[in-house]
Design a protein around this ligand. Structure first.
Ligand code: NAD
Ligand code: 3PG
Length: 318
């Protein structure tokens, strides 16, 4: 067990997490305040007392918050995405950041495959029809994954987990990563973006949300695909807008989509245009939505805590 001085023990948890987080961190010698219901104004008032902060994504960890966090030495992100965190500030102020992407990457890989198979085989649509007493076989004839080329953009934890799950489906797997190289294997081919445009049948996005990937998929970007594609987005909704998706469907560039993430995930805050474009998407039979649950399994919920506790144990003692 790590022994910390009295004033370097307090850890604040501001998001709902599997309750295993409490004993895991207490065993490490921390004093844990589990406050999943806490609102931002109170966080701003009390954050000065804490050595560690454990988060998911409810509250932006921006300068307003961080400048008040005078004793803060580490942040633990129970999950993968770091897009709500001011990474530059952490770097400049020697605040360590740990994430637990390894804890939900298998869930994301399996969800992407599940969505794709459901899309290819019209499972959701056919299920609704049969429940209504409608028996349509020809209209629900499926598409096989075997022989398709699957393009992956972003080959980190999620992209590589998805690729690994694809092995066995007898597909051609191409992966492009702007900041990583020499990751290919005999089966998974490391390629350029041009190769992705030229060969992809199924495109899966696994980049983080950054200034560069926000709206990465513009209409111009999508026009560069040589064949109509099926799109899987389990990364972040801001990478491709509703309007761009509709345009690409209408132009025959996208012929089906699995969308676990949306450009705005709070329906009540949709602008009129977002509502109009979302309704158009929702009217398409070849779109499958889910409410940002790709990484959200019973197993990952608990595994994320274990990954985080272990990384913090190792990282804090250095
Ligand atoms: N839907 C969900 O439940 C869920 C769960 C987990 C993660 N995610 C999302 O998946 C993202 C990826 O997670 P990860 O753990 O694999 O991250 P990661 O950092 O391990 O991998 C991302 C990869 O993308 C590459 N990249 C960055 N910008 C790029 C660009 N412009 N073009 C091409 N490649 C680029 C990076 O070099 C990196 O290798 C997270 O940031 C999060 O947004 C979603
Ligand atoms: O980045 C992640 O790990 C997933 O998108 C889940 O995010 P959440 O913990 O904020 O729900």
């Amino acid at each position: 067990m790590t022994q910390f001085p009295e004033d370097l023990k307090k850890v604040l948890i501001i998001d709902e997490m599997h309750l295993s987080i409490i004993p895991l961190f207490e065993e490490e010698g921390f004093v844990v305040d589990y406050r999943p219901e806490i609102k931002r104004p109170e966080i701003l008032e009390i954050i000065q007392d804490y050595f560690g902060l454990l988060i998911r994504s409810k509250t932006p960890i921006n300068r307003e918050l961080l400048t008040k966090a005078k004793k803060l030495r580490f942040i633990g992100r129970a999950g993968a995405g770091l897009d709500k965190i001011d990474l530059e500030y952490l770097d400049q102020n020697n605040i360590k950041l740990f994430h637990a992407a390894e804890g939900n990457m298998d869930a994301v890989g399996e969800h992407a495959i599940g969505g794709l198979l459901a899309l290819f085989n019209h499972i959701n649509k056919a299920d609704q029809e049969v429940r209504r007493g409608v028996w349509k076989r020809e209209e629900n004839r499926g598409e096989e994954l075997k022989g398709k080329t699957v393009g992956i953009i972003g080959y980190g934890n999620m992209g590589s987990a998805f690729a690994k799950k694809l092995l066995g489906f007898e597909v051609n797997i191409l992966a492009y990563d702007k900041y990583k190289s020499h990751f290919g294997s005999g089966v998974i081919k490391e390629v350029t973006l041009e190769d992705i445009f030229a060969e992809t049948d199924v495109l899966s996005l696994h980049v983080p949300l950054t200034a560069e990937t926000n709206n990465l998929m513009t209409p111009e970007f999508l026009k560069r695909f040589k064949k109509p594609i099926y799109l899987i987005n389990t990364a972040r909704g801001e990478i491709v807008s509703f309007a761009t998706l509709n345009q690409a469907f209408d132009a025959g560039i996208i012929k089906g989509a699995v969308l676990d993430v949306l450009e705005n995930e709070k329906f009540q805050t949709f602008s009129l245009e977002q509502q109009r474009e979302f309704d158009l998407l929702a009217a398409r039979e070849n779109v499958i939505f889910s409410p940002h649950i790709a990484g959200w399994t019973f197993q990952s919920y608990e595994r994320i805590n274990e990954v985080l506790a272990q990384k913090i144990r190792e990282g804090i003692s250095n």
